[in-house]
Design a protein around this ligand. Sequence first.
Ligand SMILES: Nc1ncnc2c1ncn2[C@@H]1O[C@H](COP(=O)(O)OP(=O)(O)OP(=O)(O)O)[C@@H](O)[C@H]1O
Length: 581
Amino acid sequence: MSKVSSPVLLRRILSLTRSERRALSVGIFFLLLGSGMTLVFPQALRFIIDEALGSRNQALIDRAALGMIAVFALQSSSEALRFYFFVSAGERIVTRLRHDLFSSLVSQEVAFFDEHKTGEITSRLTADTQVLQNAVSGNIATALRSGAQAVGGLALLLYTSPLLTLLMLAIVPPVVVATVLFGRRIRQTSRKVQAALAEANGVADEVFSGIRTVRAFAAERHEVGRYQHSLEHAVELSNERSRLSTAYVASTSFAGLAAASVVLWYGSRLMLRGEFSMGSLTSFLVYSVMVATALSGLTDIWADLMRASGSAERVFEMLDRQPSMPSTGGERIRELRGLVEFQAVRFAYPSRPDVPVLQEIDLVLQPGEVVALVGPSGGGKSTLAALLARMYDPQGGRVLVDGKELRTLDPEWLRQQIGSVAQEPMLFSGPIADNIRYGRADATDSEVEAAARAANAHEFISRFPEGYRTLVGERGVQLSGGQKQRIAIARAVLKNPRLLVLDEATSALDAESEHLVQEALERLMKGRTTLIIAHRLSTVIGADRVLVLEGGKVVQSGDHAALMGQEGLYRRLVERQFVAA
Ligand SMILES: Nc1ncnc2c1ncn2[C@@H]1O[C@H](COP(=O)(O)OP(=O)(O)OP(=O)(O)O)[C@@H](O)[C@H]1O
């Protein structure tokens, strides 16, 4: 489960702070000042008891009290400043971390997203990084302060009485053993807790994005149950973690306070024998409680850091993950003609490697040719289209454009050459114009409008009071299916690609809408090499060639008329499926 050792992880967590060295140095300065002031306090106490009370001198008592107030004022303001510098640095660190993590996530190959739920991924981005932020801004600061107090306190203890100090230090070895034993288990459990929380997040995310389906099936109670179940798992694990942490913290803090009691006992005997003054014993005790508290604070923080390490492991794992498919780099073809070839292509989805989806596909699309894919559901049509856009790499055979294998081409460039219109186009929240511009951010307003006209979208857009500035919500819910399709077509028009991958909507549009979409698509396909997953008779009739895909193989190919002339799947499909079209 945990592959990295704690020191390596801690070093990596610490390395995050490098960019904030200045702010943190200032924070550490105030931290040391504050801790120093805390250490001065017992000295003042000793002074009051031994000197001022001893000599019954009122003026000395007044001076000592004033001095103490000054010490505390300095200590509190240093603490406040320390807090401010550490927390603000922590915010900046985690912001940068989230940015880097997000960049790494979005550049992962598509197959990665098949294997991970979106909720799980966003949980890494938010929950895990939050735990890290707490570690960086809170725990490290407190650890430094406790460390400074422990070291300073010990030095003063040694100075006051080496013998009592050694007595006190007898607790160190058992505490170290407990730290090592508990630390490891806490970290492992923590990792599991974060994973379980991510799982629960995944469920929530799925339900929210599919809320219409949930509502339609009145499945709210079922989903609440599912969420509850995954939460319970997280709670179980986090209870286990709490048990471990509390047992650890309680036993170590008991050890510390027990040691202080032993010191009190032995110190009192020394005082009775006249070897120790009252003030020294008091200050010694305060120092030992201080050191014990600091040490138990340190163990507390250690437990917290181990928790953070569980999250850190997950975050760093993701941050370091190299996508199996690069997103840039490679050759660019100067004047793309649009010749597409599939040569003996074999493919299975990486998430289900033993289920072959495409088998020995051989296919040539001449520049400008429109090829329609038809076939029974699950036959592999969408998969074939996805391979052309290089969403995945085939396990066998090659896909080429203009004679160059896709793997050798710059993926970013390749995707600029491909326009795609999905069955349910995805619109991003923002103005309509920005959505059309998605494929070409530098397009001018008049270019956007021209594209919308070509896509038969201009008219309905200009009917909105705000025209092209109309906002579409998340997933563009307030637009109809046909309108979304036309926005997606406008996007493709604006991009002006050589290659097109189209997925016709299966859902029936009303006749008017249907006609507008169809017309826009025809305009878009003109002169471009097009692979279209066809659901309408008019599309297959208009295509230069039709391929019938069944069980991942091309079982028939030819134009509509030729295929209708043959006994076979195509004719059956047309008679059955397209009858109504
Ligand atoms: N992301 C994925 N991960 C794993 N398997 C997948 C994935 N997408 C599709 N499949 C599987 O691959 C096979 C082919 O699916 P594909 O979507 O290519 O078929 P299709 O012919 O386009 O079907 P439809 O007409 O219903 O859209 C199916 O068995 C499907 O279960």
